[in-house]
Design a protein around this ligand. Structure first.
Ligand SMILES: [Mg+2]
Length: 219
């Protein structure tokens, strides 16, 4: 995909953001929730390992530790523990608030699209007093692409190779940030339009996205 192939300029600006390790560092709270789950069930979950590979759905991680017949109950219990243990420790990642302000300054809409349950994602955002326009939870990879299409997204921002794939599938440019588990090379290989060390890269990315295809633009 090239920048010039993307037709975005005539539409309102709608930016999709992944949540975990893109906007928020949720690792300390998630680790606490996994440790509480281990204390409750007696089933060992390596919390540090689990938070080193955030992105895929919860069931994927819990399937690494629980027998198949126990995964659904572990999911249910983890989500109860999450609310108690994982919300308050989360903090915005570098550049996150700057990025969201840039969307607002462009008159755009902010849509969070995450594999986390929408209810839990909304609790994080409310706790940190971060207003967004929409939250779409419980989606991953190609499901994120469906959301991006349905909201008429201008671009997507994420930290996981599956986020890059979602953007490519939806035909929108994607900013990859290396604040999560994936390397710049992996994000580029998965289709990132641009990769940055964190969301301080977002304002320049947004300017590029908005200028593409604008009448009279040389891009
Ligand atoms: Mg993520």
């Amino acid at each position: 995909m090239t920048w010039a192939s993307l037709k975005v300029s005539q539409q309102p600006v709608v930016i999709g953001f992944d949540l975990d390790m893109t906007l928020l560092d949720t690792r300390p709270g998630i680790a606490a929730a996994y440790r509480a789950l281990t204390a409750r069930t007696g089933v060992h979950v390596d919390a540090d390992l689990a938070v080193s590979r955030l992105g895929p759905p919860l069931r994927t991680e819990l399937s690494e530790w629980f027998p198949p017949e126990s995964v659904e109950e572990a999911v249910r219990m983890y989500r109860l523990l999450y609310e108690e243990h994982a919300i308050t420790p989360a903090v915005p990642l570098p550049g996150a608030l700057v990025a969201l302000a840039a969307v607002r300054a462009a008159g755009g809409r902010i849509v969070v699209i995450t594999s986390k349950l929408g209810r839990l994602a909304s609790l994080h955002l409310a706790h940190l007093d971060i207003p967004v326009d929409e939250v779409h939870g419980d989606v991953f990879a190609a499901e994120k692409a469906s959301v991006l299409r349905s909201i008429g997204a201008t671009a997507y921002v994420g930290d996981h190779v599956a986020d890059m794939q979602a953007g490519v599938l939806a035909g929108v440019p994607v900013l990859g940030v290396t604040t999560g588990p994936c390397s710049a090379a992996d994000l580029q290989a998965a289709g990132a339009s641009l990769v940055g060390p964190d969301l301080h890269a977002f304002p320049a990315f947004l300017r590029g996205v908005i200028s593409v295809g604008r009448p009279g633009s040389d891009d």
